[in-house]
Design a protein around this ligand. Structure first.
Ligand code: FMN
Length: 190
């Protein structure tokens, strides 16, 4: 059975990011999967303070809710991160989680002793919603960030779902988008 970690990075529950993520999850659940959904807003964790301790130990000295996220990254087969678009990039909640993944860079490239199983196959999906009308480059600033993040957690960045104009037309009113999200979830879990 595949293990799925779904990370919800919007401070607003039951809104566009959350609903789109739930539709992907609905599709995933047509497969035999074990799902864990995490609301970053409900976790207690702090931003990286660049103290350098991970360069000495390979782990983070902070004893907070990131500990369980680190375990979930290691053990999951499928990792989905969903974020709203804030100032053309991911939300601060999402970025705070990503910055804490410096432990992987340190353990791999400074200590040469990865704190994640680098041989495990994982696939990753990124979901992002933006309130403004669609533009060609609407989500482009997020992509290099997510690319580096998925590399850090040794996960193949395989799929994006982007939705613009959510401040005018919420995702739950968009049948085609919701069907696409369901289909991509179903496929991801195969
Ligand atoms: C702090 C902040 C910054 C935002 N910046 C952008 C932006 O740069 N581009 C955009 O299209 N929408 C922007 N929005 C609108 C959100 O992307 C939009 O409301 C989205 O639906 C929020 O996701 P949610 O419904 O899951 O909370 C911003 C909203 C907030 C609160």
């Amino acid at each position: 059975m595949k293990k799925v970690l779904a990370v919800m990075g919007s401070p607003r529950k039951n809104m566009n990011t959350d609903k789109l993520l739930d539709k992907v999850i609905e599709g995933l659940k047509t497969n035999d999967v074990e799902l864990k959904k995490v609301y970053l807003k409900d976790l207690e964790f702090s931003p990286c303070i660049s103290c350098g301790s991970c360069e000495r130990t390979g782990g983070c000295f902070m004893n907070d809710d990131m500990k369980s996220i680190y375990e979930d990254f290691n053990n999951s087969d499928i990792i989905i991160v969903a974020s709203p678009l804030y100032f053309n990039t991911i939300s601060s909640l999402t970025k705070m989680m990503i910055d804490r993944c410096q432990v992987y860079w340190s353990s791999k490239y400074v200590l040469k002793n990865p704190s994640i199983d680098v041989n495990k196959k994982r696939v990753g999906m990124f979901i992002c919603v933006g309130g403004a009308p669609k533009r060609e480059d609407h989500f482009s600033a997020c992509i290099p960030v997510m690319d580096l993040f998925f590399k850090a957690i040794n996960t193949e960045y395989s799929e994006n779902i982007f939705a613009s104009h959510t401040d005018e037309i919420p995702v739950w009113e968009r049948k085609e988008l919701m069907e696409l999200a369901f289909g991509k979830g179903k496929e991801l879990g195969c």
